[in-house]
Every structure is written in structure tokens, then in C-alpha cells.
Ligand binder design. Structure first.
Ligand code: NAD
Ligand code: MG
Length: 298
């Protein structure tokens, strides 16, 4: 079993270098059906009380990076609301179980970010059920690989922008009246914001927009004591990849071209979110933390 995140370890070997067999699921993909199943830290993330008493809402909290963040937040003492698509109920139930077993309150709020009414409903429900809100993690995203621009349909273009960036504006706007000084907003961007793949033109453009939104909003909210930051993952083994996020033939070598020579596991992202959520990052605003296995990034 992998070591916990506080143990001294060789990052090359902390998690196995995986060669996933070619596999495909319909969007958004279920983590439980993946081969191998990604590691969201159930058995390895050890909390140290860094988010005691905090109340967090995480979109895409059913699987992958959002799920690993939800598990870590709970282990650090936060109550957590997770938002996800209704078809992801089994993954969400698994995360809810881990949070409950960690002794924290969990709220499940299924729905579709394509629906312009959903972002405000998610926030209202999270605030009602958690008794407030002081951490917002905008992490949900749609990623569907194409051959190139000529292959990009209008529907996909609009869906990618709605899911990844328009809904982030709506959700954050709905959360604002509930956030007080000390609160933290964390947006998931990507290495794609800096190194766009020709197969991910629409997705990569939304990720660049997320960086820009995070920096601008950080300036707006700084005087109010609310910090906004972003996390930029590199190649992480999650359900987004085998559900058309990558050309299927690329899956066996997924992530092998980074410095560490292996794909990352979702739980390796969690400490960055914990750091940005907690008061120990009180002087960090408008920043992007890169968690990408070793890819030079501005
Ligand atoms: P994931 O599939 O586990 O999580 C993405 C989640 O987005 C899904 O679980 C789903 O709940 C949510 N989602 C998608 N469309 C939605 C919609 N219409 N309405 C509501 N929810 C919706 O994959 P992940 O890799 O953990 O993705 C999390 C974040 O990490 C995303 O923002 C993604 O762009 C980013 N990211 C991932 C990688 C990677 O290699 N996996 C790299 C860079 C950035
Ligand atoms: Mg999912």
C-alpha cells in the first residue's frame, strides 16, 4: 500500500507507474469501473486538524481530484458538501461513506451544471445543510478529446464552456453573500492552460480562462479577506480520461512523459487544496499551485 502523505518517500515510487489497458466509458465515467481504480486517499490521507470546524462545497466531489479533496478536507476536520451529476451516485455514495467514517458531516447535492438554475440551488442547499460556507472548490469539468478544430461541434464547444467556466462564474457569484473574512475559493485549472493540446482546444481555453478569473477575482475579494487561488494538475488518473478525455490509444502511456515518469493519483492533489483552504496560506492570493509531476510551467 502507498505511504501516507506525511511520510518521507521517493516521489518516483510513492505510487506505481501505471499502464492502464485501453478502456472506454460514457461521459462522465465512473471511478469504480476504472482499471486500475484511482487512489483518492481513503487509506493514506492523514489529517492534522488544519480545517477544524470549516464548511466546504466541492463540485465534482464524487470522483478524482474533487473526491480526494473531499476526503482530505474531512480528515482535516471540515464538513463537506459534494456536487456531482446524478448518474455518478455510486461514486458519490462511496465518498460520502469515507467522509462519514472520518467523523464529519457530508451533504450530497446531485445536479447538472448545464442547468443555469443549479449553481444557486447547490449553494443554497450546502449553506442550509452545513450551517454556512467558508470554502468553495470549483472543480467540476467536461473534457472531450477531438481530432482538431474542424472536428469540434457547436454543442461540445458550448457545453465545455458552460460546464467549466460559465458555471464557475454563476456558482461563485451565488456563494459570495455567504462567505466571510477567512473564506477561501479554489478553482481547478490545468497544465492545459499553459500547454494546450491540439486535441483539447475547447477544454484548454476554459482552463486558461479559469486562471484569469481566479487572479481577477482574487484582487476584487482581497480587501474583504476572502482569498481566491487555483490548482493546476498535470496528468492525473481519473474518470475524466477514459470517458473520451483522451484518445483511447493514449491511455496505456498516460502521464509517462512528465519528470517523475508516471501519472499522478488524485490524492496527490489534495494537500494543495488543503493548503489553499487553510489559514496557513493567509498571504497566498491569485496564485496557481502546479501539481504536475514535473513539467516546466510559467
Ligand atoms: P473526474 O471525472 O473525476 O471529475 C470531474 C467531475 O466533474 C465529474 O466527477 C463530474 O461530477 C463533474 N462534472 C462534469 N460535468 C458536469 C456537469 N455538467 N454538471 C455537474 N458536474 C459535472 O475527473 P478529474 O480529473 O478529477 O477532474 C477534476 C478537475 O481536474 C477538472 O476541473 C479537470 O479539468 C481538472 N484536471 C484534471 C486533470 C487530469 O489529468 N485528470 C488534469 C488537469 C486538470
Ligand atoms: Mg465523477
Amino acid at each position: 500500500m502507498a505511504t501516507d502523505q506525511l511520510e518521507f518517500t521517493n516521489p518516483v515510487e510513492r505510487f506505481a507507474s501505471i499502464s492502464p489497458p485501453e478502456q472506454r466509458q460514457p461521459e462522465p465515467g465512473l471511478e469504480a469501473k476504472m482499471d486500475p481504480v484511482p487512489d483518492i486517499g481513503e487509506h493514506t490521507y492523514r489529517g492534522t486538524g488544519r480545517l477544524r470546524g470549516r464548511k466546504a462545497l466541492i463540485t465534482g466531489g464524487d470522483s478524482g481530484i474533487g473526491a480526494a479533496t473531499a476526503v482530505a478536507f474531512a480528515r482535516e476536520g471540515a464538513d463537506v458538501a459534494i456536487a456531482y451529476l446524478p448518474v455518478e451516485e455510486t461514486d458519490a455514495a462511496n465518498v460520502a461513506r469515507i467522509i462519514a467514517e472520518s467523523g464529519q458531516r457530508v451533504v450530497q447535492i446531485p445536479g447538472d451544471l448545464m442547468d443555469p438554475e443549479y449553481p444557486s440551488r447547490v449553494v443554497e442547499e450546502a449553506v442550509r445543510e452545513l450551517g454556512g460556507l467558508d470554502i468553495l472548490v470549483n472543480n467540476a469539468a467536461k473534457q472531450v478529446a477531438i481530432e482538431g478544430l474542424a472536428d469540434l461541434s457547436d454543442d461540445q464547444l458550448e457545453e465545455t464552456f458552460t460546464a467549466n467556466i460559465l458555471s464557475m462564474f454563476r456558482l461563485t457569484r451565488a456563494a459570495l453573500p455567504h462567505l466571510q473574512p477567512g473564506s477561501s475559493i479554489i478553482n481547478t485549472t490545468s497544465i492545459q492552460a499553459y500547454q494546450p493540446s491540439p486535441t483539447l482546444l475547447d477544454y484548454a481555453a476554459t482552463k486558461a480562462a479559469i486562471n484569469n478569473f481566479s487572479k481577477g477575482l482574487a484582487e476584487e475579494l482581497a480587501p474583504k479577506g476572502i482569498r481566491v487561488n487555483a490548482v493546476a494538475p498535470g496528468p492525473i488518473w481519473t474518470a475524466i480520461q477514459p470517458s473520451d478525455g483522451q484518445p483511447i490509444e493514449k491511455l496505456p502511456d498516460f502521464g509517462k512523459d512528465v519528470g517523475l515518469g508516471r501519472a499522478g493519483q488524485p490524492t496527490e492533489l489534495a494537500p494543495a487544496y488543503v493548503f489553499l483552504a487553510s489559514s496557513e496560506s493567509s498571504y497566498v492570493l491569485g496564485a496557481t499551485i502546479h501539481v504536475n509531476g514535473g513539467q516546466p510551467t510559467p
